[in-house]
Design a binder for this molecule. Structure first.
Ligand SMILES: Nc1nc2c(ncn2[C@@H]2O[C@H](COP(=O)(O)OP(=O)(O)OP(=O)(O)O)[C@@H](O)[C@H]2O)c(=O)[nH]1
Length: 305
């Protein structure tokens, strides 16, 4: 199956939800205010968020229709969703010097952080760059183990310390090791303890301080991993993580088979943070560059263009 087919398949539940919410609207003859209200509500119910839903409603209202047919409405919807997503589609730029390029990966436990690190490492290595993974989530032994398993799977070295160790010191050693062995990119796993905001903030600040001593520009990326299946909760997480860390971009995971993929549109409209990639499964190849047209069409329930 091509990745576009998988993407469309992954968004099927989201598209069904959008379609379900729009059912009945397309049999109407005119785009009166009540119909526009219904469309807006349908989009909100599909997790696109109030801001984006309003914007799409206004865009639809500004268009001239003879009659509202389902395919036409889906096409317009896809165009408007793409207009919201396109400005935030930014591939990760890991190509600058000096090396190593340092990526901090943050997110709550279970969001798919470790899996994303593995998939991201694989994506970078496929471009013939060397990757070192750093087990900065020292809070749980299982997290360290899981990162090691991913390291073996993608054939990337992993630098780790004991459970309860100091994440900043692992990151420091990570930069030194990558510099010595010539790895291009250092990807750092971090603990996602949002319950204790000030602790997390201190931990991230310390990592930054330590990194700054070795390279003023590091970390080059602070990527927040979000689980799309949590819908609106993903939006709340962006808000909170922006308070504790300087988030530079997002990866949205678990878009395969969730009905809540519309939340990507809400996130793009509300925060304008770059979306670097999307996760559509648990395999090494299941991190995909974010293609706004393909995603917009999949959400609207249309075949790839
Ligand atoms: N279907 C699907 N599952 C995913 C995806 N990404 C991660 N998962 C699964 O989600 C679960 C949590 O992923 P982890 O990578 O362990 O999440 P984490 O944020 O590192 O969580 P902790 O290890 O608890 O800190 C695992 O079972 C993954 O296999 C995805 O894109 N699609």
């Amino acid at each position: 199956m091509s990745w576009l087919d998988r993407l469309t398949g992954g968004f099927r539940k989201t598209a069904d939800r959008v379609g379900e919410n729009l059912t009945g609207l397309t049999s109407k003859q005119a785009l009166d205010t009540a119909t526009l209200d219904d469309i807006e509500e349908a989009l909100i119910a599909s997790d696109l968020g109030p801001e984006a839903s309003k914007r799409i409603r206004e865009a639809i209202a500004a268009r001239k229709f003879e009659q509202l047919d389902e395919r036409g409405l889906r096409e317009i919807l896809a165009e408007e969703i793409e207009a919201i997503l396109a400005p935030v589609a930014k591939p990760l730029d890991i190509y600058g010097f000096p090396r190593p390029h340092v990526i901090l990966v943050i997110g709550v436990n279970g969001s798919g952080k470790t899996t994303t690190i593995g998939k991201l490492g694989h994506w970078i290595m496929e471009q013939d760059y060397g990757v070192l993974l750093a087990a900065g989530d020292t809070f749980r032994a299982a997290a360290i183990e899981q990162l090691k398993i991913w390291g073996e799977r993608i054939h990337a070295p992993v630098i780790a310390g004991p459970e309860g160790g100091d994440p900043a010191s692992i990151v420091f050693d990570g930069v030194k090791q990558a510099t010595a062995t010539g790895e291009d990119v250092l990807i750092v796993d971090t603990a996602g303890r949002l319950q204790n905001k000030s602790y997390l903030m201190d931990e991230l600040a310390k990592i930054r301080r330590v990194l700054g001593k070795l390279n003023e520009e590091a970390p080059h990326d602070v990527i927040l991993v979000l689980d799309a299946t949590t819908g609106q909760n993903a939006i709340n997480q962006i808000e909170v993580f922006q308070e504790v860390a300087h988030v530079t971009g997002l990866v949205m995971t678990k878009l395969d088979g969730t009905a809540r993929g519309g939340v990507m549109v809400a996130a793009a409209e509300k925060f304008g943070l770059p979306i670097h990639a999307i996760g559509v499964g648990e395999g090494v190849d299941d991190l995909r560059p974010f293609d706004p047209r393909a995603v917009a069409r999949a959400i609207a329930g249309l075949p790839p263009a």
